[in-house]
Design a protein around this ligand. Structure first.
Ligand code: ZN
Length: 108
């Protein structure tokens, strides 16, 4: 996995950047969704008003730790959801996904 980066102002170094993007109306969500940064769009720094930003590696240890924790939590959540989905799909066929897993969950 690529090391985490942040988007920063090339003038003042701040990260309070607004980026020009395109999005679409989602009838189901009833909200704008699917944001895509405009390829040749503008970037504007809310701190100094400069137009222009770039990526740089994140070196702050606390931020890196927070990113690692949030990624791990998201991965665990996705795994639990995938397992529940698989279980639901297989149960009508009388297939039990894993009794060992259920025993582990009951013990926890
Ligand atoms: Zn700036």
């Amino acid at each position: 996995m690529r090391p985490p980066e942040e988007y920063y102002c090339t003038n003042c170094g701040g990260t309070n950047i607004t980026v020009e993007a395109h999005c679409y109306w989602d009838n189901v969500k009833q909200d704008f969704a699917d944001f895509e940064a405009a390829a040749e769009g503008w970037d504007n720094c809310a701190d100094c008003g400069h137009d222009g930003a770039d990526f740089r590696p994140i070196t702050d240890v606390k931020t890196l730790a927070q990113i690692a924790i949030e990624r791990e939590e998201a991965r665990e959540k996705a795994l639990v959801e995938a397992k529940a989905g698989l279980k639901q799909k297989l149960e009508p066929f009388g297939i039990v996904v894993s009794k060992k897993e259920e025993a582990n969950e009951a013990r926890a």
